[in-house]
Design a protein around this ligand. Structure first.
Ligand code: SF4
Length: 212
């Protein structure tokens, strides 16, 4: 799957900790999280707003001195065999890269972690290990990706969306058991509105006290 077209958010202050960043989006994902709020990046044709990759790289070349880094997110960026080349081109501009991933593809993750430009990885942990099959993937590759991050020397964090029924207290406890003391684990609110499974739009936003 070639990265000939990419989504682009020109500026973000919140997606790359400590850096002013551009955000680059890829299309396609092996998971089907019902709560996914970017369904247009998961299935169907790529969004019309996507630009030719060379146009995105031109923008990054012009802004390289102003930007601190580039976040590559999806979808699942690791689905694309030419991701290392894209990261290499971004790194050649002097920009560091943060990767957002589901952790479902440890083999390409291992390759990406060898790239100097990659300084930060945020990996989602969606639900308890024994519930992963409901999302279309096994837990074993996700666990393998966690170990790769631990051995990588890169800065990393785990993230969980508190999706009702998938990341309630029992599942959060099981996820917590897989995370080691001192590791960064961010819990995010579930937000209905544009879920991959439209039935999930009737479910409530995660209340602040539950998140706490
Ligand atoms: S939430 Fe992330 S991993 Fe899940 S379907 Fe959406 S893009 Fe894929």
């Amino acid at each position: 799957m070639a990265l000939q077209f990419l989504g682009l958010q020109k500026t973000s202050l919140i997606d790359y900790p400590g850096k002013l960043a551009a955000v680059v989006f890829t299309h396609g994902c092996p998971l089907r999280c019902p709560f996914c709020h970017n369904p247009e990046l998961v299935q169907g044709p790529r969004p019309e707003s996507f630009l030719p990759a060379e146009e995105v790289l031109d923008f990054l070349r012009k802004r390289a001195k102003l930007l601190g880094g580039v976040v590559i997110t999806g979808g699942e960026p690791l689905l694309h065999a030419d991701l290392p080349q894209l990261i290499g081109e971004i790194g050649a501009l002097g920009l560091s890269v943060k990767l957002d991933t589901s952790g479902a593809l440890p083999q390409p993750l291992a390759e990406i972690l060898r790239l100097e430009a990659v300084t930060y990885v945020a990996m989602d942990i969606k639900t308890a290990p024994n519930r992963y099959q409901e999302l279309g993937v096994e837990w074993a590759p996700v666990a393998a990706s966690m170990e790769l991050l631990r051995a990588s020397g890169k800065v990393y964090e785990f993230r969980t969306t508190c999706a009702p029924g998938l990341a309630d207290p029992a599942e959060l406890a099981a996820i917590g058991a897989a995370i080691r003391p001192g590791e960064r684990w961010t819990r995010n609110a579930f937000r209905p509105g544009s879920c991959l499974d439209p039935a999930w739009n009737a479910l409530p936003h995660t209340p602040a006290d539950r998140l706490a």
